[in-house]
Design a protein around this ligand. Structure first.
Ligand SMILES: Nc1ncnc2c1ncn2[C@@H]1O[C@H](COP(=O)(O)OP(=O)(O)OP(=O)(O)O)[C@@H](O)[C@H]1O
Length: 260
C-alpha cells in the first residue's frame, strides 16, 4: 500500500491506533485519514475492528497507543463539548434508558451549544424541524422513540446528529435497518450536505456508490485503501470475506459487485 497523504491541519486522522481487550489485540496500528468534504468508508468482515476504530474517533474508547487528530488538534486536548461541536455520531446501537419523544431526542443535538440549564430557543427548534424534514420524519416529532421501527429510529438518530451542525460526522453502519429507498435517501443526504463523513459500511455496493475513499480492514489492520475501484476488487473480496465475486460497472461507471 502507498503512504496515506495526510494534510496536517484539516480532516480527521487516526494514527497508529492500537486497542486491546485483555490479552487480545483488536486494532494493530491502524492509520486512516478522512479528508475534508469527502465520505470515507470503512469496510471489512464482522469483528475486523471497524466499530472499535470509530469508537476511538468519537471518544467512547481510548486507544492504548496512537492519536486521533481533528483539524490538526489532538482530541485528547479538546473538551468533550468542543469535540461535540466538531463531530457528531450515528452509532450502531442506540437505546435510551428513558423514553423520549422524537423532538426531544433531536433537540439533544443542540446540547453542545447550551450552557448548563439553558433552554432551547426558536433557532434550536427551527434546526430540529429542518433536520427532521431532511430525514422525512417531521410528522413523527411527537411520537415516542420506543414506538418507532428500527429504520425510523435510525433516521431520528441521524437527524439528531445533523442538528448538532458539525463539520464531521461518524456513522457506524448508517444504513442498518433501512429499506433500499431510505438507504439511498440517507446516503444521498449525507453526500449532498457536504459534511465530512467517516462511515463503516457493510453493503459494498452502497460503499462503492457513495464513498470517495474506502479503507478495508481485516483482523484489526488496514489491508487496502483507495477509490472504490481500487479497493473493491475480486481479490480483496476473497481476502476479506472468503467469497468469489465478479465486478461489473453500472451505467454511471460505478463498480457493482456480483457474488458468485
Ligand atoms: N468490550 C469488548 N470486550 C472484548 N472484546 C471486544 C469488546 N468490544 C469488541 N470486542 C471484540 O473486538 C473485535 C472487533 O469488534 P468491532 O465491533 O470493532 O468489529 P466490527 O468490524 O465493527 O464488526 P461488525 O461488522 O460485526 O460490526 C470483535 O472480535 C469483538 O468481539
Amino acid at each position: 500500500m502507498s503512504k496515506i497523504n495526510i494534510k496536517s491541519d484539516t480532516g480527521i486522522s487516526a494514527n497508529k491506533i492500537e486497542v486491546s481487550y485483555g490479552a487480545e489485540n483488536i486494532l494493530n496500528g491502524v492509520d486512516i485519514y478522512a479528508e475534508d468534504g469527502k465520505i470515507t468508508g470503512i469496510i471489512g468482515p464482522n469483528g475486523s475492528g471497524k466499530s472499535t476504530l470509530l469508537k476511538c474517533i468519537y471518544r467512547t474508547l481510548k486507544a492504548k497507543e496512537g492519536t486521533i487528530m481533528i483539524d490538526g488538534e489532538n482530541i485528547e486536548d479538546m473538551s468533550y463539548k468542543d469535540s461535540a461541536r466538531k463531530l457528531s455520531v450515528v452509532a450502531q446501537h442506540n437505546s435510551y434508558s428513558f423514553d423520549f419523544s422524537v423532538e426531544e431526542i433531536v433537540l439533544m443535538g443542540r446540547n453542545p451549544y447550551k450552557k448548563l440549564m439553558e433552554k432551547e430557543n426558536r433557532e434550536d427548534y427551527d434546526i430540529v424541524y429542518d433536520c427532521l424534514k431532511k430525514v422525512g420524519l417531521e410528522e413523527f416529532s411527537k411520537r415516542m422513540y420506543s414506538t418507532l421501527s428500527g429504520g425510523e429510529q435510525q433516521r431520528v438518530v441521524l437527524a439528531r446528529a445533523l442538528a448538532q451542525k458539525t463539520k464531521y460526522i461518524v456513522l457506524d453502519e448508517p444504513t442498518n435497518h433501512l429499506d433500499i429507498t431510505h438507504q439511498l435517501q440517507i446516503m444521498r443526504l449525507i453526500k449532498e450536505s457536504g459534511i465530512t463523513a467517516v462511515a463503516a459500511v457493510h453493503d459494498l455496493n452502497i460503499a462503492a456508490m457513495f464513498c470517495d475513499v474506502i479503507y478495508a480492514m481485516k483482523d484489526g489492520k488496514v489491508v487496502s485503501y483507495g477509490k472504490a475501484e481500487e479497493v473493491i476488487t475480486p481479490e480483496n473480496i476473497k481476502l476479506l470475506y472468503g467469497v468469489e465475486s465478479e465486478i461489473v460497472r453500472d451505467k454511471n461507471g460505478k463498480v457493482h459487485i456480483l457474488f458468485l
